[in-house]
Design a binder for this molecule. Sequence first.
Ligand code: NAD
Length: 350
Amino acid sequence: MSSKLAVVAGGGGFIGGHLVGDLLSQGYRVRSVDKKPMSEWYQVHDGAENIIADLMDLANCYKACAQADHVYQLAADMGGMGFIETHKAECMLSVLINTHMLMAAKDTGIERYFYSSSACVYNGDKQVSEDVVALKEEDAYPAMPEDGYGWEKLFSERMCTHFREDYGLETRMARFHNVYGPDGTWEGGREKAPAAMCRKVIEATLSGDHNIEIWGDGLQTRSFMYIDDCLIGVQKFLHGDCIDPLNLGSDELVTINQLLDIVEDIAGIKLDRRYNLDAPKGVNGRNSDNTLISETFGWAPSIRLREGMEKTYNWILEEHNKKYHGTVPRRGAAPKGAHVLKKEREAAAT
Ligand code: NAD
């Protein structure tokens, strides 16, 4: 058990909510900070000190870091491809959070500072083919990251490095590759592919309209890391000695079509696929090279996609039913017709 105080910036978000729970279970005192109203936090842990504050504001960052030992900086304006390709300025403004949190952490004597970077820092030229060579850490340079979101992440990585070199703040960084799991965004425009896929399959199942829209041609390749692996990795990075940003991702590569195969299998349905080639789809191929993380920590993410997706699907199904049906229907209960579902969605949206 530890009496140290850990700050989770972005604690109302998907990964932050899980991290707060993980730290509490390890015996840390936890301060969870997020700008969203608490009703929109994915998880509110009673055992934590929960604070609503905008961490773009320097004064709020000082309050967040006061008397703390560790900082986990996860706060960012972000989402799936549908969000980051259309909100580049908003994504880049997260630099204010990262700048001010680093300044406050330095001045308040934070012992260890974890920064959540992203696979979006990697050079786009290395991701043009579906037939990918997994991304090694060195592939971030020469720099040509995802425009907007990726540039901000790469710049903030460098700030973390220089705050360590110049001020002695012990920064640690991981490049997350597509994290998924329960208690995250599954609708509304910021959701990522695994959650969006689950929701679309659920909607098709419940409405009886057995068509599904896929963004892109379905051949683009990705790897997806289940949240439990992410949490283990974050602890290894924070407590470890590695000062360079390393990949934290799964290397189980699938096409988007194969991801849908998995969700269809879980749901017990086959859908007609319609490919929207005009929709945002991101790079053609991306995978995590796990050589360095394995060498450094003797560990790498290993939870199989099928296992993680089953848990994620079941959680989204439950949330969907709670939101649009007011109850969790019995297994095998007759699904509602499309017109009823549409009316309920409209009512829920008002
Ligand atoms: P999320 O959107 O669920 O959580 C981010 C949280 O930050 C949100 O709750 C949001 O309200 C909060 N936030 C945004 N601006 C803020 C501000 N000014 N002040 C205080 N709080 C603010 O995202 P997530 O999936 O939990 O991601 C956490 C971190 O991991 C982010 O930095 C993200 O860029 C990074 N990351 C995530 C993934 C992934 O697949 N989920 C992949 C790569 C990197």
